[in-house]
Design a binder for this molecule. Structure first.
Ligand code: ACO
Length: 320
């Protein structure tokens, strides 16, 4: 026994930033960003905190699930951009929604949401949890060097959430990490210890785009094949693939390597950019609210990112 999804929700800040808006202060163009990354616009926080985004996404999922926050037994947040080092985003959210249950964050960068589903599955299998809220929420805009055109054009802010209840939807999974500090790194704040002698680094995202690209395509292809096989399925049984929205060309390359029909790969990167751990639950919520997910559909979620990390799973969708 693991879980089924009984509610989904998402939220993104109102401020829309187009590629043309970026071209006003960066040496870039709509043409470059659209063709190399696949992003046309992204939402960027002006006054909203990560907790604000998480709160709205959570309440949308809780409303769809038709439960009260007091019924939750667990809150898990996947994030690399929590407002505070402590309390965790999950604890801040627990207070705001009025829940009374354990709450914690996990950092597995863009793979965080699936790592969280895997963590939740363990709680459900041990029978210690009957309802859980799992959230991916990111204010990536605060981790970016806005003078670095090779990174800041890719990302956006947003949050997505799922309410899980006891069930059998989590058919198979894989979580993977290959520790590496050269490909993607976001240094922490240096601190002010008078005793620490290392040089301060700027606390903004550093990325070797091409190495990330190669890792992403390989991980996505391998992970999807493995979870489909582990679930006892064939690639043609898959109704939808919901990949992490990092770059449209990564998704297109993986499509060519897999024998799943290309139209089954979903995408909304054009409107949100890469929202890290939030990208998968935002896209699942859009598919769910559009009525695209049918009962018993086999849905593959797959992600990759900083760590380096990757993760994938197969869900059997349940329409309530
Ligand atoms: N506008 C215009 N030109 C640009 C821009 C820009 N925004 N950014 C880079 N360029 C230029 C470069 O300077 C370079 O110019 P040069 O040839 O004169 O040196 C040229 O474009 C090509 O640059 P590349 O880095 O080779 O471009 P590439 O096609 O590899 O695209 C990109 C770069 C978009 C970063 C791509 O490699 C990519 O998407 N990688 C994966 C990123 C990713 O998946 N990140 C997610 C993980 S992040 C996380 O987990 C937190």
């Amino acid at each position: 026994m693991n879980f089924e999804v009984i509610g989904t929700g998402h939220y993104a800040p109102e401020n829309v930033v187009t590629n043309d808006d970026l071209a006003k202060f960066l040496d870039t163009s709509d043409e470059w960003i659209s063709t190399r990354v696949g992003v046309k616009e992204r939402r960027i926080c002006t006054t909203e905190t990560t907790a604000d985004l998480a709160y709205q996404a959570a309440m949308n999922a809780i409303t769809m699930a038709d439960i009260s926050p007091q019924e939750l037994d667990l809150i898990l947040c996947a994030t690399i951009s929590a407002d505070d080092v402590s309390p965790s985003l999950a604890c801040t959210l627990q207070k705001r929604i009025g829940a009374d249950c354990p709450a914690m964050d996990i950092n597995a960068a863009c793979s965080g949401f699936i790592y969280m589903l895997e963590t939740a599955a363990g709680f459900f299998e041990r029978g210690t949890v009957k309802k859980a809220l799992v959230i991916g929420a990111e204010r990536m805009s605060r981790l970016l060097n806005w003078n670095d055109r090779s990174t800041c054009v890719i990302f956006g802010d947003g949050a997505g959430a799922m309410v899980l209840s006891t069930g059998n939807s989590y058919l198979s999974s894989k979580v993977f990490a290959k520790g590496n500090t050269d490909v993607i790194r976001i240094p922490q704040m240096h601190g002010m210890s008078p005793f620490y002698k290392n040089e301060a680094e700027e606390p903004y995202l550093l990325m070797n785009g091409q190495e990330t690209f190669k890792f992403a395509v390989n991980a996505m292809t391998k992970d999807v094949q493995e979870v489909v096989e582990k679930a006892g399925l064939q690639e043609e049984d898959i109704a939808f693939v919901v990949p992490h929205q990092a770059n449209l060309r990564i998704i297109d390359s993986a499509k060519r390597k897999l024998s799943i029909a290309p139209e089954r790969f979903c995408s909304n990167i054009e409107r949100y950019g890469n929202t890290s751990a939030a990208s998968i639950p935002i896209l699942v919520d859009e598919l769910n609210r559009d009525g695209k997910l049918k009962d018993k559909d086999k849905v593959v979620l797959c992600s990759f990112g900083g760590g380096l990390s990757s993760a994938a799973c197969v869900l059997e969708w349940k329409v309530r």
